[in-house]
Design a protein around this ligand. Structure first.
Ligand code: ATP
Length: 166
């Protein structure tokens, strides 16, 4: 189906707001409306799965944050792709663990995170959704500073181009 990423992200953030508040994590939504007022963040994808993907990434940004930290969510759109970027001020991920966080059941520090009931499945599911949509997921992280995750999805114009070429 066709839907607005801006709209879905707004809804997911509304849904997660109470959880962020309970962890004293501040939500910052950089929702820039463009001048023409046309929604350039409309994509063609499985809305239910994309919603799940956004939820997984933002939930992690809250869960692995620090008390009083923040989560900044922003959107970028160009004729090729629509990207959403989630930045947190949390514990970060050590370089050695980065390549493995998309594996099923992989958790960075089992002792540290035992209290939180994560299964280590979230990012494996996120990766599956990304792969099913010709999308891309990128991670940058600095221990004790925070993590940035960017997910880029093909924009409608790009998928039309690909359809007409094949
Ligand atoms: P689940 O998502 O199933 O509740 P989970 O959060 O442990 O469990 P994943 O979402 O797959 O599982 O994440 C895997 C591991 O990557 C996490 O256990 C955590 O150690 C690390 N991680 C994920 N996101 C972040 C983040 N934003 N900051 C720091 N570490 C993270």
């Amino acid at each position: 189906s066709r839907f607005s990423m801006r709209h879905v992200i707004s809804q997911v953030m509304e849904q997660l707001e109470p959880i962020a508040a309970s962890k004293h994590v501040k939500f910052i939504w950089e929702n820039r409306q463009n001048v023409s007022n046309e929604d350039e963040t409309i994509i063609q994808a499985d809305e239910v799965r994309i919603r799940q993907l956004i939820l997984i990434v933002i939930e992690n940004a809250i869960q692995y944050n620090r008390d009083g930290g923040s989560v900044t969510v922003s959107l970028e759109a160009n004729p090729q792709k629509v990207s959403f970027i989630v930045n947190d001020t949390g514990m970060g991920i050590e370089k050695e663990h980065l390549p493995r966080i998309f594996e099923r059941f992989y958790r960075v520090d089992k002792a540290r995170t035992r209290r939180s009931e994560g299964t280590g499945l979230g990012l494996a599911i996120a990766k599956q959704i990304v792969d099913a949509h010709r999308a891309k997921i990128e991670v940058w992280s600095t221990p004790q500073m925070g993590t940035t995750i960017r997910v880029s999805l093909p924009s409608i114009s790009d998928s039309f181009q690909n359809v007409s070429l094949s």
